[in-house]
Design a protein around this ligand. Structure first.
Ligand code: IVH
Length: 692
């Protein structure tokens, strides 16, 4: 990366633009979809780089710069709650020198040399909430949202037992308490385990699990999750009965709000520093995730004098922990071969404790990454673990490189089957060309084939598939459907003609479990089209794509015929399928061994045609409708799905082709436009009457 003071103005402008785009995408993934793809450290690094470039070129600050906004746009479907006092964010600092600077700047602003006390509070990695009480009764809950307007989560907050619903008489008439909702690590692991067993998508980390649980349109779902909270600040209040943050915490406790027992009043920089070091040490053992310490000027009078910058208070700051990293050695680099033949380099590490978890492998992503970071066997490296993701090698400590370190020669043949491994132009991955003759690919494909979203055959776990493959019991998906026939002394299996199959006498098996497995397999001899397409494991074709292909082709036969004939017109006309994906699909159907697999399968299983359940006789069939404003009786997503099932097309904006505009509460410009164009406007109730 270029040094900031060497950047030309043009380069700076270009980089600011790309950071703004990148961070906007990351924000949507994080805030709206609760599904981040940048690590916190990567995000913070971008933010810092942005800030530094802007400091040198203030004239280049973009209106859409990450420095100009708090959080992300609101998720649709929730009611909106304007915050009477904005919910702000905090400036980030990373070193003790910066803490010193912060303390100095506070003193300078107050023009004092007297000592100032700071409350140091663990920064909980959850999501902030506001809970409003009127006459000591909980009346309204909101998320931070974009800082000015939050999402209405009143019903959801009500399900959290730790939040008091009624306050004692000593509490003010109007009181808005703010704090952090989080999911304890143990609850997070339990939830993910459950989801994994149910084949559902798991959460990346406790923060996302908390956000995904709290921002539910259906509060019943929130109620099923174990959420916790800490209170730490206050929004609107009719009568403030505390003079410091210390006293505020006393009041909070009196009124029944949970406060963090690790909050600590610090009287000096030394105490602040010691406290930081101590919390960093016990961080891994805490029952919840924290990502730093928040320092707040303790005196409320001083807080008021200090006031606010645009988006952050002058009297508080967040001292962030460095990402969870550790130093260890690379003992070996090996190649893993995935279902689509991708060769992924993996580093075997000398086991090391990273933030409380023992790490012994890290992904090295691909061959360019190894070159870029110059990673060699024997190297001492910094590894990082962020949330639940696979650990990564961040950096090589080249000064510690031993004389006998070995560069890794990325193989050009597959280590599992010996076939050529080729890398296509503008692709980062190298792939084995062995297809199903490659055991690694064959096994991964079998695992995919029986997975939950595909054939969903219980009783065939990864380990069993691996064993069965190596013992010659299962080589290809079709073999699954001949297992029962082959078991016993009857038919012998062609791969190992002399081995009779007696599954019930395997270690850990019995008559019952074998019977159960056969029943599970029999139940899948009829399969719906989307599952069948997905189960084939075509590169890039996930569950959603499989479904739209099924919808558009109706039968497997017509899909396969087109693909074999390289007839892609219909395919690429489908919204959501691009040229690259079409190419992968067509290629899949040109491979001889894939056709053989499909042919064998179709002799044993029936693929049901896609049944279109759309009701084309409904009153809104063929109509184009637009929803606007907040619907009261159902969430927007549900309303949309229901309308589509009734044959309507749901559009995002009003035009002269719109048939109906369904107007919820607080409808804005779309309703106005509908009136201008003379489009029929229905209230939610009128609409429900119409489709009843
Ligand atoms: S005070 C103006 N205290 O950190 C004061 N925030 O980066 C704003 N957070 O949005 C918040 N623990 O979600 C405060 N003890 C704590 C906190 C805390 C976690 C979060 C909160 C806030 C974000 C700011």
């Amino acid at each position: 990366m270029q040094e900031i003071n060497l950047l030309s103005k043009e380069e700076a402008a270009t980089e600011l633009e790309s950071i703004a785009t990148e961070m906007a995408k990351a924000d949507i993934a994080y805030y709206q979809n609760d599904n981040p793809y940048l690590t916190d450290a990567e995000y913070d690094a971008l933010k810092k780089r942005n800030q530094e470039i802007e400091a040198r070129f203030p004239e280049l600050i973009r209106p859409d710069s990450p420095s100009q906004k708090v959080g992300a746009p609101l998720k649709s479907g929730f009611g909106k709650i304007p915050h009477r006092f904005p919910m702000l964010s905090l400036g980030d600092i990373f070193t003790i020198e910066e803490v010193d600077d912060f303390v100095m700047s506070v003193k300078r602003f107050l023009n004092t040399s007297e000592n100032i006390d700071f409350m140091a509070e663990p920064k909980i990695d959850g999501l902030s909430f506001s809970a409003r009480y009127e006459n000591r009764r909980f009346v309204q809950g909101a998320t931070r949202g974009d800082g000015t307007t939050g999402e209405d989560i009143t019903a959801n907050l009500k399900t959290i037992k730790q939040l008091p619903q009624l306050l004692p008489d000593s509490a003010p008439d109007i009181l808005e308490i703010r704090g952090e909702v989080y999911m304890a690590k143990s609850d997070f692991f339990a939830l993910n385990e459950k989801y994994e067993a149910e084949g559902k998508k798991t959460f990346a980390n406790p923060r996302n699990a908390a956000a995904g649980s709290l921002r539910q349109l259906d509060s019943k779902i929130t109620a099923e999750r174990n959420l916790s909270l800490f209170a730490y600040t206050c929004g609107e209040v009719s009568e403030r009965c505390w003079a410091s943050q210390t006293e505020f915490f006393d009041r909070l406790k009196e009124w029944g709000f949970p406060t963090n027992p690790l909050n600590k009043l610090c009287h000096s920089l030394q105490e602040i520093d010691d406290n930081f070091a101590r919390l960093m040490q016990i961080r891994a053992e805490l029952p919840y995730d924290i990502d730093g310490i928040v320092y707040k000027v303790d005196s409320i009078a001083l807080q008021e004098r200090l006031g606010f910058l645009t988006r952050t208070p002058r009297w508080a700051i967040a001292h962030k922990f460095p990402a969870e990293q550790a130093v260890t050695q690379i003992e070996n680099i090996r190649i893993q071969v995935g279902r689509t033949g991708a060769l992924t380099p993996v580093a075997d590490l000398k086991p090391v404790n990273v933030g409380g978890v023992i790490v012994s492998h890290a992904t090295l992503h691909n061959e360019d990454e190894i070159k870029r970071k110059d990673i060699r066997i024997g190297d001492t490296v910094i590894v990082q673990r962020a949330g639940d993701v696979i650990p990564q090698v961040v950096q090589v400590l080249t000064e510690k490189r031993p004389a006998d370190s070995q560069e890794f020669d990325f193989p050009h043949t597959c280590p599992q089957c010996g076939a050529h491994a080729i890398r296509e132009e503008d692709e980062a991955v190298r792939r084995c060309t062995g297809g199903l003759t490659c055991p690694a690919q064959a096994i991964e494909r079998l695992i995919h084939f029986v997975s939950r979203e595909a054939f969903n055959i219980e009783g065939l776990g990864d380990k069993i598939i691996d064993d069965f493959y190596h013992e010659g019991i299962l080589h290809s998906p079709a073999d699954i459907f001949t297992l029962e026939k082959r078991n016993g002394d009857g038919d012998l299996f062609s791969h190992q003609p002399n081995a009779a199959l007696h599954l019930e006498s395997r270690d850990g098996w019995g008559k019952k479990s074998v019977e159960k497995l056969f029943a599970a397999i029999r139940a899948r001899q009829k399969i719906d089209l989307p599952r069948f397409i997905y189960a084939l494991g075509i590169r890039q074709v996930g569950t959603a794509t499989s479904r739209i292909i099924a919808q558009n082709y109706g039968s497997f036969e017509s899909f396969m015929t087109d693909m074999q004939n390289k007839e892609t017109a219909k395919l690429v006309a489908i919204d959501g399928i691009g040229g690259a994906m079409a190419k992968d699909i067509v290629e899949f159907f040109q491979e001889e061994h894939n056709l053989e697999t499909i042919h064998n399968l179709l002799a044993l299983v029936t693929v049901e045609d896609y049944i279109d359940t759309t009701n084309y006789n409904s009153p809104i069939a063929g109509k184009t409708i637009v929803f606007t404003g907040t619907l009261e009786r159902m969430a927007r997503a549900e309303a949309k799905a229901q309308a589509q099932a009734l044959g309507a097309k749901v559009a995002g904006s009003v035009s002269k082709n719109t048939d109906y505009v369904i107007m919820g509460a607080d409808a804005g410009s779309k309703a106005t436009k509908a009136k201008e164009l003379g489009v029929t406007i229905l209230t939610e109730d009128e609409y429900l009457d119409l489709i009843k």
